[in-house]
Ligand binder design. Structure first.
Ligand code: ADP
Ligand code: MG
Length: 235
């Protein structure tokens, strides 16, 4: 069975259909990039996968033993998050609370946080205040936080928006490495098709309904893919 199977999923807000009749699967080890203009339903899909919002119709099923509290999530950044008054290691450690259970950290949690800090080249920043970091460093800390919650699946909503090209490239490199070397499945919403395209093996293009789902290399041979890439270049 696939890691995630979405079947005929429709998601609505009071007066809006945000997603219509979405059917696709994600296999363990995939790197799926979710594309689409503003308002096309990308963040709504992420909410559905996280169980924060139930589909109006259709089903979202998990396979390969995946449980909902084993998903690492990096939300779209907000100003509040940027000013979070805590040190780096505390922010990273807070990712462990996602599992539910007791509201304090175990020795295993602390070991996991230290391991993740090391892996993302953040050990040197562990004692620094989160709000004093650069945007790129902050996103890396939030990625580390998401990684504390999972060995299996990362959901990232626009992880490079607001970052400069160097910080974006570094972020993509880290994600590619986690996918390749640790076998972590990645589902990433992105506006930046070019960066995403380097590592993603699957593309899902949304415009309320599904415009494309399939291999990344085939997407860029379609009229839709070429047009979306072209639009990006002129932005
Ligand atoms: P994207 O992430 O692709 O920009 P969203 O999933 O955020 O798109 O939004 C999809 C559609 O649902 C849009 O029309 C948006 O206005 C609407 N929408 C999103 N969130 C809400 C909400 N909390 N209440 C009402 N409508 C919403
Ligand atoms: Mg969004």
């Amino acid at each position: 069975m696939a890691l995630i199977s979405c079947r005929d999923v429709t998601m609505t807000y009071e007066n809006t259909v945000a997603l219509r009749d979405l059917t696709f699967t994600v296999e363990s080890g995939d790197y799926l990039c979710v594309l689409g203009e503003n308002g096309s339903g990308k963040s709504t899909l992420i909410k559905g996968l996280l169980g924060l919002k139930a589909p109006a119709r259709g089903t979202i099923a998990f396979g390969d033993g995946l449980r909902r509290n084993e998903i690492g999530y990096l939300p779209q950044q907000t100003q509040i998050q940027r000013e979070f008054p805590a040190c780096v290691s505390e922010v990273v450690l807070s990712g462990c609370l996602n599992r539910g259970g007791l509201p304090f950290y175990t020795r295993a949690d602390r070991a996991r946080a230290a391991e993740v800090l090391e892996k993302l080249e953040l050990s040197g920043l562990a004692r620094r205040s989160y709000r004093e970091l650069s945007g790129g460093q902050q996103q890396r800390v939030l990625l580390a936080r998401a990684l504390c919650a999972t060995h299996k699946l990362l959901l990232l909503d626009e992880p490079v928006s607001g970052l400069d090209p160097v910080a974006s490239a570094h972020m993509y490199e880290l994600l590619a490495r986690l996918n390749r070397e640790e076998g972590i499945t990645i589902i990433m919403v992105s506006h930046d098709v070019h960066g995403a395209l380097e590592s993603a093996n699957r593309i899902l293009h949304l415009h309320t309904k599904m415009l494309y789902f399939g291999p990344a290399e085939d997407y860029f041979r379609t009229e839709l893919g070429r047009r979306f890439l072209g639009d990006e270049r002129h932005e």
